[in-house]
Design a protein around this ligand. Sequence first.
Ligand code: SAM
Length: 199
Amino acid sequence: MQHYFTSRPQVASRPREVRALLRGRTWAFLTDRGVFGHKGVDAGTRLLIDTMVVRPGDDVLDLGCGYGPVGIVAATLAQDGRVVMIDINERAVALAAENARRHGLANVEVMQGDGLELLAGREFDVIATNPPIRAGREALRRLFHDARDHLRDQGRFYFVARTAQGAKTLAAAVDEIIGNVQEQAKGGGYRVYVAVKDV
Ligand SMILES: C[S@@+](CC[C@H](N)C(=O)[O-])C[C@H]1O[C@@H](n2cnc3c(N)ncnc32)[C@H](O)[C@@H]1O
């Protein structure tokens, strides 16, 4: 079985549009098979989007963007900032770019890459992620370390995880690596946390 974090999905493409109510507004996204949440914006992702604080001037990274719901909503909130959306899955990246275009967003960059490897020297006020849990504990710890290295002082790292998939254990790891973790929301079996970098 192929996991959704493959870089090149083998499953045949069948694009479709999904709609979701996010922050009180209905959004349409182009999705496809072989991409996470292709039948509709994931419940955890919705909780993350509804919870994250993004200010008008923030520079934001959507880490593991899929077809782009987190980054697209963030780019709409960060009108004077920039949003980078990155994913390892080439089909997801193509969809995220198309979704950004459909939403008329000029402050978005979409990249295909493994973690933050392409982002040397770039810093963000906010990094938001519904992380690839199935990548495993060590890969997630590496992502959290790399996220810390790319956050500005007082930068905020938002993530969501299923309570039943070890959200509290992940939060403890993020607290150790970034610090100042707080639970921001819970519901439907998910928890959203924020960690604030304090240099
Ligand atoms: C749980 S999904 C979230 C997707 C999207 N943000 C959403 O909420 O709908 C995690 C995403 O991380 C991507 N991913 C997995 N490993 C990655 C890596 N090493 N670097 C970048 N993205 C990765 C997957 O392809 C997948 O799109």
